[in-house]
Ligand binder design. Structure first.
Ligand code: ADE
Ligand code: ZN
Length: 351
């Protein structure tokens, strides 16, 4: 609806939001990266942010997943010390709060943070837990952590990372994720780890139907027992998979700009978000990697409105879908539902 006061730039910024799909390693402040590069003398052009930017953020890169994942290889060099990791993690949560995200499920890869300096996986996880909990208290944002296993890292390492996550259940870690190169690395080897996560009562989310076909979504649901799918937008290419996603109300964690930057869609106007919503799929809207993509969640809402033509009712639905898809316990989810129904602009009140 035109002139809807709930869709102005200020209103979208102020709207209480949820992000269920945000990678810590893709959410780092460039100013802090610059300071770390200078302090530790990293072998990167670090005279100023503009020199550093193309190494850690999509600029004029080709739209494919290799170029996107390459940024994470560079980012690994910034995890120099416990203090650096603590500061980076703290700021990620503080920045989410500044964008009026009231509930955040932040995922991180202990192995990515530990690798270059050889930190222990468990100690790295503890720094992230401490930093994000402190930021959550300071900024007044509710959040939980998800641990990400990476398909293209060795399986042996994934086992160790999963163990670190299992040991920290109840310390803010609520879910297990599978990310990385979906094209060349199948999900099967990770199946026992996800079954164990399920057995322990963790939430399961799997990146699938993003860079590879809808079949990966079926496998994630049927074999890895995923509650949610990272992206999953290519479910729309296979009616059986689409039916499965709908029937089970598996939430899709859609991230619009990431899909454009990695070539999932050639043009934003072709993004299937609207079709998925209209088909009754439990779609949510998220950022993926806000600093790699140079955006806020508010910007993704703007794109949904301006490019895809969503109205306020659709945005409200996306947020309430996210409430239902959180990895919270049912009483916590109930509280969150009440919070959002109280704080979101009401549905009926047009213009
Ligand atoms: N790691 C960070 N962002 C990712 C994405 N969009 N897909 C898979 N792995 C990722
Ligand atoms: Zn992701």
């Amino acid at each position: 609806m035109q002139n809807d006061q709930r869709l102005t730039p200020e209103a979208l910024k102020a709207m209480p939001k949820i992000d269920l799909h945000r990678h810590l390693e893709g959410s780092l402040r460039l100013q802090t990266l610059l300071e770390i590069a200078q302090k530790y003398g990293l072998d990167l052009p670090a005279a100023n942010i503009e020199r550093l930017r193309p190494y850690v953020q999509i600029t004029d890169d080709p739209p494919n997943h290799e170029a996107f994942l390459a940024k994470f290889q560079v980012l690994r060099h910034f995890y120099r010390s416990p203090e650096a990791i603590y500061r980076l993690a703290y700021e990620v949560v503080a920045d989410a709060a500044l964008d009026n995200i009231h509930y955040l499920e932040l995922r991180f890869s202990p192995q990515a943070l530990a690798r270059v300096r050889g930190f222990l996986l468990g100690e790295v996880a503890d720094w992230v837990i401490a930093a994000t909990q402190k930021a959550s208290q300071d900024a007044g944002i509710e959040m939980r952590l998800i641990v990400t296993l990476v398909r293209h890292d060795p399986l042996e390492q994934a086992k160790q990372v999963a163990e670190v996550a299992f040991e920290r259940l109840g310390a803010g870690i609520v879910g297990l994720d599978l990310a990385g190169d979906e094209v060349r690395f199948p999900a099967e080897p990770f199946m026992p780890l996800f079954q164990e996560a399920r057995r322990l009562g963790m939430g399961v989310t799997v990146h699938a139907g993003e860079w590879a076909s809808a079949e990966g979504v079926r496998q994630a649901i049927m074999e890895l027992q995923a509650d949610r799918i990272g992206h999953g937008v290519r479910s729309i290419e296979n009616s059986d998979v689409l039916q499965l996603v709908r029937e089970r109300q598996v939430a899709l964690e859609v991230c619009l700009t990431s899909n454009l930057q990695t070539g999932v869609v050639k043009n934003m106007i072709h993004h299937p978000l609207v079709d998925l919503l209209n088909l009754g799929v439990r779609v949510t809207l998220n950022t993926d990697d806000p600093s790699v993509s140079n955006l806020l969640l508010t910007d993704e809402y703007r794109v949904a409105v301006d490019v895809l033509g969503l109205g306020y009712g659709d945005l409200h639905k996306l947020v309430m879908n996210a409430v239902e898809a959180t990895f919270l316990k049912s009483d916590e989810r109930e509280r969150l539902r009440a919070h959002f129904l109280t704080h979101l602009p009401p549905l009926a009140n047009a213009a």
